[in-house]
Ligand binder design. Structure first.
Ligand SMILES: Nc1nc2c(ncn2[C@@H]2O[C@H](COP(=O)(O)OP(=O)(O)OP(=O)(O)O)[C@@H](O)[C@H]2O)c(=O)[nH]1
Ligand SMILES: [Mg+2]
Length: 179
């Protein structure tokens, strides 16, 4: 059995937990009710520890998906959760103009922290009519040309698979490192 570890990071409300739930049959999360009034305007539940789900992609490969919390107070969790990771999905809510500055800052932090790992950017919530397109996200976040920015709808299994598949294409050539 070959285990591939993927970590999903990104700001509060990006859709990380949803993405992992959509893709994996088995999953766990540590979501609790949001306490801050500002954040509560956006949604009721937030991740305070991690999300986890596994998916068997055949040929003896199992993908283990870990999701980080998005609230800034849990930023230390990136380091904890990335131990042994083979690749990173940086997810943002492309429909939320208010959170774009936070996404810029978080993306900068991700490129520094995960410089050695394969990464793709998922411009989530493309089903929302005003969502920024991947090329706009690339420009605003300053994503380097070697990093792919992909459209994503985390509530849609086929779309979520395309994002995971793009990252796996980057990871698999290095599969000798996978145990
Ligand atoms: N329309 C739409 N809504 C989405 C999509 N993905 C997630 N959502 C919604 O966005 C909200 C946030 O989703 P979560 O999965 O909780 O986001 P998160 O990144 O895990 O949030 P934190 O753990 O709090 O950082 C929820 O209400 C989801 O239902 C999507 O692709 N389209
Ligand atoms: Mg979450």
């Amino acid at each position: 059995m070959r285990n591939v570890k993927v970590l999903v990071v990104g700001p509060f409300n990006a859709g990380k937990t949803t993405f992992i739930r959509t893709l994996t049959g088995i999953s766990m999360t540590t979501d609790v009710e949001v306490t801050s009034a500002e954040e509560r305007k956006k949604k009721r539940w937030t991740t305070v520890g991690m999300d986890f789900g596994m998916v068997d992609i055949g040929d003896g490969y199992v993908i283990r998906l870990f999701g980080s919390p998005g609230q800034a107070r849990f930023s230390f969790m990136w380091k904890v959760l990335s131990v042994g990771a083979h690749g990173i999905i940086f997810m943002l809510d492309a429909s939320d103009r208010e959170s774009i500055q936070t996404a810029q800052e978080e993306f900068r932090r991700a490129t520094e922290q995960f410089a050695k790992l394969p990464m793709v950017v998922a411009a989530n919530k493309q089903d929302v009519s005003n969502a920024l397109k991947p090329e706009d996200v690339r420009f605003i976040l300053g994503v380097p040309s070697k990093v792919r920015v992909l459209p994503c709808v985390a509530i849609d299994k086929a779309q979520a698979w395309l994002v995971l598949g793009s990252l796996l294409e980057l990871i698999m050539p290095q599969e000798s490192q996978i145990s």
